[in-house]
Design a protein around this ligand. Structure first.
Ligand code: NAD
Length: 486
């Protein structure tokens, strides 16, 4: 069976005897890998290696040398594209088409983009007058934060991890990554890439394990970690923030969401149906930016609900390499239990189940996979747990609205503030919603379409800080102001 080890100081390290956990395939519940679980010793070793690299070869490198290495990392990911796709698909069960169009290309691109950003970032320079007439100059240096702890989720494993590691390394930091226990493979494979292209040992380290009382907690509580970047659930963010309080260390958080889609009666109907189908069901609904609440203007409500039902029912559920497959399984038995508990709650609270609501019949070897049906409800009150809490599955609730004001109020009535998708052909309506909606990301007549140089992040309980382009530098560098008397 495949053994997955930590990657510490440029070496694959199995760690202590007996501390391992099983990774199961979402497709059939079979154990596919045995993964090392880091204790305090492994985390200490990884942080020490990261510190030594920071104080050593990596810290001494010029920006040009560093960015050349990051281009080489991107190229090597692309050269081993099929290996990365296979590893990501094995861990997640997602369609090969999705992993090869989204996860892995973006994983490579994240290194190139941030190499370009740091090469081109403008500096700050001021001349000031002094009483003696000779003046002074002030300029700012951007220095790395130091050793960065990177804690990742399982839904887009390589993509979201490199979205942090790319800018962290480009800015001259070193990292210790804690991938999700559900998706250990691609972070480990990236260790091979780092060695191959000559990234110095200790710059990129990976420790595997869980959250509390395991690698995640040991890493985030480690006094040698200078900053923590985290993507995951809001309540995990609370635990990590408490850990980071010791030593007053900075955090960057991308957290949960309960995103609204708003469809106006004047929208291009077919495009809106296709857009909401994608935003609600892509990656089996396991996308933080996904739409779980859909508000549709009353004149088209019934027609839209019927069209979305038809569109959802066309999605093919199945194995990653089946032609035309649109939906894989959920990530784990535990997560499926959570999603199905919301399916039960919806029924108990009196929802009309427009489609789905259960488990599809999949026979043969895949019978024990973590499958669920794409599901659409109507008729729930806005106070329902299904409408208020993040399910993170392939499901949405559709409710009608009458006016723009009402749509905005409904969409904003949540503790979260990650993303929204608005469908309208009226320019004023679109811009008005964009201004009044309380989110970090607002799509108009689109979804998941974003220039990676722009800011990404959540408002309210959906995050702290922004990532993307120069915005990532806010977290991954510290400004040092230099004042020179002339
Ligand atoms: P999670 O919070 O359960 O776990 C994320 C990571 O945190 C894992 O590596 C886990 O082991 C670790 N962890 C858990 N408890 C910890 C602790 N006490 N200390 C340190 N580390 C700990 O999230 P998940 O289930 O992996 O991912 C799904 C969640 O992520 C959803 O809420 C989703 O919305 C969110 N998400 C947000 C974004 C975004 O950009 N805003 C992107 C993807 C996913």
């Amino acid at each position: 069976m495949k053994q997955i080890s930590h990657f510490i100081n440029g070496e694959f390290v199995a760690g202590r005897e007996g501390r391992r956990f099983d990774k199961r395939s979402p497709l059939d519940n079979r154990v596919i890998a045995s993964v090392s679980e880091a204790g305090r010793d492994e985390v200490n070793a990884a942080v020490a290696a990261a510190r030594a690299a920071l104080d050593g070869p990596w810290g001494r490198m010029t920006v040009t040398e560093r960015t050349e290495l990051l281009y080489a990392v991107a190229n090597e990911i692309n050269r081993r594209f099929d290996d990365f796709v296979a590893a990501e698909v094995a861990d997640t069960g997602k369609p090969v088409s999705l992993a090869s169009h989204l996860d892995i290309p973006r994983g490579a691109a994240n290194f190139k983009i941030f190499a370009d950003v740091v090469k081109n970032v403008p500096g700050e320079f001021f001349e000031m007058a002094t009483p003696d007439g000779r003046g002074a100059i002030n300029y700012a240096l951007r220095r790395p934060v130091g050793v960065v702890g990177v804690v990742c989720p399982w839904n887009l494993p390589l993509l979201l991890m490199t979205w942090k590691v790319g800018p962290a390394l480009a800015c001259g930091n070193t990292v210790v990554v804690k991938p999700s226990e559900e998706t250990p493979a691609t972070a480990t494979l990236l260790g091979e890439v780092m060695n191959k292209v000559g990234v110095p040992p200790g710059v990129y380290n990976v420790v595997h394990g869980f959250g509390p009382e395991s690698a995640g907690e040991f890493l985030t509580r480690h006094p040698g970690v200078d900053g923590i970047t985290f993507t995951g659930e809001t309540r995990t963010g609370e635990a990590i923030m408490a850990a980071a309080a010791k030593g007053v260390r900075p955090v960057s958080f991308e957290l949960g969401g309960k995103n609204a889609g708003i469809v106006f009666a004047d929208a291009d109907f077919d495009k809106a149906v296709a857009g909401i189908t994608r935003s609600s069901f892509e990656n089996c609904g396991q996308v933080c930016l996904g739409t779980e609440r859909v508000y549709v203007q009353r004149p088209i409500f019934d027609r839209f609900a019927a069209a979305l039902k038809a569109s959802a029912e066309k999605l093919k559920i199945g194995a990653p390499n089946e032609p035309g497959v649109g939906l894989g399984p959920l990530i784990s038995a535990e997560h499926r239990g959570k999603v199905l508990s919301y399916y039960d709650k919806a029924r108990a609270e009196g929802a009309t189940v427009v489609t789905g609501g259960g488990v599809p019949t999949i026979g043969g070897d895949a019978a024990d996979g973590y499958w669920v049906q794409p599901t659409i409800w109507t008729g729930l009150p806005e106070t329902s747990a299904v409408v208020r809490e993040e399910v993170f599955g392939p499901c949405c609730h559709i409710a009608p609205f009458d006016t723009v004001e009402q749509a905005i109020a409904l969409a904003n009535d949540t503790e979260y503030g990650l993303a929204t998708t608005v469908w309208t052909s009226n320019l004023s309506t679109a811009h008005r919603v964009a201004r009044e909606i309380q989110v970090g990301l607002c799509w108009i007549n689109s979804w998941f379409l974003r220039d990676l140089r722009t800011a990404f992040g959540g408002a309210k309980r959906s995050g702290i800080g922004r990532e993307g382009g120069v915005h990532s530098l806010e977290f991954y560098t510290e400004l040092r102001n230099v004042m020179v008397k002339l």
